[in-house]
Design a protein around this ligand. Structure first.
Ligand code: G6P
Length: 608
């Protein structure tokens, strides 16, 4: 959500900034802008719409010569998407330019005060107050002015700032919105995320809350909010540069779907040791695990859906009560933090505002927080007591696939480990599960090779208006994700139901031809789901069922059947989700939509 890229160095800044912003497109945006110091003044260009509009406007930066600049992709919060509301924002004298990711919560009070003092606002954004406040406090020392502003604003921000008086410097600061600094032999960078700078450097500093950095060709200086210099250690990022490229696939989403076998393997293999699961990163003793009385899983979007599966699997295997909550609800519902409980935050980006707030609430109440995160060094990872990383690599497509699959795999390992330590499963059962876990990546691979069958089916449903997903137990959890995937990228209305709940209302929507995707992978629940399939069929629904090969009889009741291989029932979701991801992808593709960057959505939701 909003992307920042900035550069100072020996090369032309604008093309580097535009390339960096392009790498951040996945974050979601509706307009873009760039400011470059051209030797005399700060030259600014902004354009609503896709980055390519700005790219064409500036002839890929050729019309904006200069060695120092900042750029931004904006996802509108305050004020509609427009050229005027796009960032950078400048003061009236055009001597200070600011790009901002986040929300200034007290901007109305600040704006009213500034207006009284005669400052004139041209945009509807909260960000513009920053440009005017910096002008108000600036007495020749940029860092000092930034500190003063930081002391007065409430909310979240990652900032990139240029001062005409200090033309060979970029300043940046952050609080609760991600920002990194990269350094190389040929220049220095600021960015919202690693992919923006990966082609230039792997040496990265992660900015902490309320830190400021000043970059020039000569130095990289960090300060705290009180202006005191601080020492920071750089980190070497080991992401493969090609991981952030499409690599011959038409879309990142399709590429990432195909990367799932590797991503799952990378996530589980290092943790399977001598027929055991080693979760040393857990930071919990066996005694603490035995004492656990409650687990709260808290997340947003697809990460929340893995938490719904996590609840089924942990309760089933480890017999620990689990509640799964949406972070946006959890943080405001005054949850009960009992002793001997564990809060698990799940997040691909590690920056989701609601999930981060839930984490902080849990920690403030003395709860232990474990996070399952994909981005190393992200805020959620850094603030948790322990982190179990998913090793999915960079995920670019807004609709998550491989990170989701890795989160599921982490929940399996967690449930098995807890179950073993607490003695709720036998050693034999544990070994059977371990073998099944080892087989999962290959089974996912096998499913991917059948994608044409799903494409064929998807092509028949491009004009459908409503699609319902249903299942019981883990099949219900996977239905939630299948439905979300579809609506996110195809814009088809879709809902997921616990199959037994349908007749309490939703069945009234069934009519001739309504498409129902029914999941029936759980042997113990199979007859129950079949009854629910019959109920919707009786009302005219067309049913596509997803089950395992041992249930060939499904062909007698469903209209179209897709088979997935057998695995242990807690792990079925990892296989069932693959056809659903492909179905969503092919429907969106067939409808000619922007699969990787669906309208209105952002990959990393850093505001509430
Ligand atoms: C956004 C993304 C979703 C994601 C959710 C949570 O809405 O579009 O794909 O599931 O945020 O993101 P997180 O990074 O916390 O997993």
């Amino acid at each position: 959500m909003c992307g920042i890229a900035g550069y100072i160095g020996k090369k032309q800044a604008a093309p580097i900034i535009l390339d960096g912003l392009a790498k951040l497109e996945y974050r979601g945006y509706d307009s873009a802008g760039i400011a470059v110091f051209d030797g005399e003044k700060i030259h600014m260009e902004k354009a609503v719409g896709r980055l390519r509009v700005l790219d064409e406007l500036t002839r890929h930066g050729a019309s904006m010569p200069g060695f120092c600049g900042i750029g931004h992709t904006r996802w509108a919060t305050h004020g509609c998407p427009s050229d005027t509301n796009a960032h950078p924002h400048m003061n009236r004298e055009n001597t200070i330019a600011v790009v901002h990711n986040g929300i200034i919560e007290n901007y109305d009070v600040l704006k009213a005060r500034l207006e009284k003092k005669g400052y004139q606002f041209v945009s509807e954004t909260d960000t513009e107050v920053l440009a005017h406040m910096l002008t108000e406090y600036y007495r020749g020392n940029p860092a000092e002015a930034i500190e003063k502003v930081m002391h007065r604003v409430e909310g979240s921000y990652a900032l990139g700032i240029m001062f005409l008086d200090h033309p060979h410097h970029i300043y940046a600061a952050r609080k609760d919105s991600p920002l990194i600094v990269g350094v190389s032999d040929t220049g220095k960078f600021i960015a919202s995320d690693v992919p923006a700078i990966l082609q230039y450097t792997r040496t990265v500093y992660y900015m902490e809350n309320e830190e400021i950095v000043c970059l020039s060709n000569e130095h990289t200086r960090f300060y705290n909010i009180d202006g005191e210099p601080i020492e920071k250690e750089p980190v070497t990022v080991d992401w493969d540069i090609h991981a952030a490229e499409k690599g011959g696939y038409e879309h990142f989403m399709l590429k990432e779907i195909h990367e799932q076998p590797k991503a799952i393997r990378d996530t589980i293999s290092p943790r399977i040791k001598e027929n055991d699961i080693d979760l040393g990163e857990l930071n919990l003793t066996d005694e603490e695990i035995k004492r656990l009385r409650k687990i709260s899983i808290v997340a947003c979007g697809s990460a929340y859906h893995t938490g719904v599966t996590g609840k089924y699997v942990i309760e089933d295997l480890a017999r620990i009560p689990v509640e799964t909550d949406l972070a946006s609800e959890y943080r405001y519902r005054n949850p009960i933090y009992a002793p001997d409980s564990l809060v698990i935050i799940v997040s691909q980006s590690g920056e989701t505002a609601d999930s981060l707030a839930a984490l902080r609430d849990a920690k403030a109440h003395g709860s232990k927080v474990l996070s399952i995160v994909n981005v190393v060094g992200s805020s959620i990872a850094r603030e948790s007591d322990a982190v179990l990383y998913t090793w999915a690599g960079p995920e670019i497509s807004v609709a998550t696939t491989k990170a989701y699959s890795c989160q599921l795999a982490v929940f399996y390992m967690l449930a098995m480990k807890f179950a073993r330590i607490r003695g709720s499963i036998t050693a034999e059962h544990f070994q059977t599960l371990l073998e099944a876990l080892r087989r999962l990546p290959d089974q996912v691979e096998g499913l991917l090779s059948q994608k044409e069958k799903i494409q064929y089916f998807a092509n028949h449903y491009l004009a459908t208006e409503h699609i319902f997903f249903m299942g019981r137990g883990i099949d219900y959890a996977i239905s939630l994700e299948g439905s979300l995937k579809l609506k996110e990228i195809s814009y088809i209305h879709s809902e997921a139901y616990a199959a037994g709940e349908l007749k309490h209302g939703t069945i009234s929507l069934m009519e001739k031809g309504t498409l129902v995707v029914a999941l029936a992978t759980q042997d113990a629940l199979y007859p129950k789901t079949v009854s629910n399939i019959v109920e919707v069929k009786t009302r005219g629904a067309f049913v596509m069922a997803l089950t395992t090969l041992r249930h060939k009889d499904m062909e007698k009741c469903a209209d179209y059947v897709l088979y997935i291989p057998e695995t242990e029932s807690p792990f079925m979701g990892s296989l069932a989700i693959i056809p659903l991801q492909l179905f969503a992808y092919y429907v969106a593709l067939g409808r000619g939509l922007d699969v990787d960057k669906p309208r209105n959505l952002a990959k990393s939701v850093t505001v509430e």
